[in-house]
Design a protein around this ligand. Structure first.
Ligand code: F0G
Length: 454
């Protein structure tokens, strides 16, 4: 058995509660069968997301105490800049309060009515900002990416033939940038290869279109490159990361995921891009040396960026995910393979084959799993999709229940609990029923929406 080892020790703990199933049922009704609307007092293991929930290191907490409080010119920001230069190789840095704030600024500057943004796959907030400014997205993965049970090491690769077709069809003038997302979130945290990123770069150069890299999950993507891409077997994490970021004109990230638990940034080596985006930071975020973050968060990001280079740290989440994925797969439970990053992705389309997509199988599975286990996962299926411009429902390519495994948070026995409860639910899957919306907000409906059993 391939048991992942915790390469850290626990020094501060937080008590958990496992409330009775009757209370969990009440909580589901109170929260509109939407796991975003549950209270953590009712949650046993919080596997909603890794965003803002990765464990921090003693060195990060130490740095937070040393932060330099200043509206402008804070030394904490200088340390952040240095970390971005050292780890991501970019000399111009704009701080933002989180990843979607970067998406807002980039879309504000570059997306117009009629713009088309090709990408390997969308992330909810990236798409919402692009459509908000009148643009639309085109998702250009290879077919293999949509195969749940696969051995393809890089399902996040951009389909290079389709990218070129897309550019020829829409013309470069309508394409403000190409977006590549590291560890493509919504298809199960699946990485792209550097070979593929080089291919995207070559096409971007050919048509003179900037390449934007969403680096929110770049650390784990780089680690998987080291595991899975022959050329990089002996390369250091530092060099792999620089190799990836070098290929992009503009890199942005949610530091809630990348290295810390709060914040974000946009960075580039292109002064013209920097100057275009710069005025938007004081407008939307805050002054240029804090961007809506506290200086303590800024310090934690800087230290966290260096820690991303440490393989014994960055391997933790993907190894625990691989353990869970392999355990579930060996019991015949359909999960996204190969194991990716961020979490274990369970295929609700198969488990809830009796629930039509119009009744949100992934949402139903997320609610049912919380009910029988106290484990809170996240729906990543049609509830997380947005309606089209005419208000029609658009069904997701995949209906997934994501069980996030934030870095260094859960122990192996907790992971085994998840395995045990999911096995029970799989054996009793006929008990799961569909859901319908009773409250549907117009934007990012999955966050606040309310559903009810049909
Ligand atoms: N890009 C990716 C790839 C992300 O996964 C996220 C957030 C963002 C951008 C937006 O960043 O939350 O700081 O504004 N993902 C979280 C998740 C919310 O749970 O997957 P943010």
């Amino acid at each position: 058995e391939n048991i992942p080892l915790e390469l850290h020790k626990v020094r501060i703990v937080q008590k958990l509660h496992l409330v009775p199933i009757e209370r969990r049922l009440e909580a589901l009704y109170e929260g509109g069968f939407n796991t975003f609307r549950l209270d953590t007092k009712d949650v046993f293991l919080d596997m909603l997301t890794d965003s803002g929930t990765n464990a921090m290191s003693d060195r990060q907490l130490g740095a937070m105490m040393m932060a330099d409080d200043a509206y402008a010119g804070s030394q904490s920001f200088v340390r952040f800049q240095k970390a971005v230069l050292d780890v991501l190789g970019k000399k111009y840095l704009l701080p933002v309060h989180q990843g979607r704030a970067a998406e807002n600024i980039i879309s504000n500057a570059y997306v117009k009515k009629g713009s088309v943004v090709p990408m390997n796959y969308h992330f909810t907030t990236a798409m919402a900002h692009i459509t908000q400014y009148g643009g639309r997205i085109e998702e250009l993965l290879y077919d293999e990416a949509y195969v749940i049970n696969s051995k393809h090491p890089f399902k996040g690769n951009m389909n290079l033939e389709k990218l070129e077709e897309c550019i020829l069809k829409h013309t470069a003038a309508r394409i403000p940038y190409i977006r590549m997302e590291a560890s493509t979130n919504l298809i199960g945290g699946q990485p792209f290869s550097i070979e593929n990123l080089r291919g995207v770069r070559a096409i971007a150069d050919k048509y003179k279109i900037p390449l934007v890299l969403d680096a929110s999950l770049i650390g784990e993507n780089a680690w998987l490159v080291k595991q899975r891409e022959e050329e990089f077997k002996e390369t250091s994490m530092a060099d792999i990361l620089l190799c990836m970021t070098d290929l992009a004109d503009l890199v942005y990230f949610s530091a809630r995921k990348l290295s810390s638990s709060r914040g974000g940034g946009i960075c580039t080596n292109n002064e013209a891009i920097y100057r275009e985006l710069e005025p938007l930071v004081p407008l939307f975020e805050g002054f240029l040396t804090y961007g809506g973050m506290s200086v303590r968060e800024v310090e934690a990001i800087a230290v966290g960026l260096y820690e991303t280079l440490d393989e014994s740290m960055i391997c933790q989440s993907p190894q625990f995910i691989a353990y869970l994925v392999n355990a579930l797969e060996s019991k015949g439970i359909p999960v996204v393979t190969p194991p990716g990053v961020l979490g274990c992705h369970v295929d609700a389309m198969q488990i809830c084959a009796h629930i039509p997509q119009s009744q949100y199988p992934a949402g139903a599975l997320a609610a049912a799993f919380f009910l029988i286990s106290g484990v809170r996962g996240m729906e990543r299926g049609s509830v997380s999709n947005q309606r089209d411009e005419y208000g029609n429902e658009t069904y997701a390519d995949m209906e997934l229940l994501r069980l996030a495994v934030p870095r260094r948070v859960f122990t192996l026995s907790q992971i085994k609990y998840v395995e045990d409860r999911l096995t029970w639910l799989f054996d009793n899957r006929h008990l799961i029923g569909g859901l319908k919306f009773v409250y549907e907000p117009p934007v990012l409906r999955f966050f606040m929406g309310g559903l009810a059993p049909i």
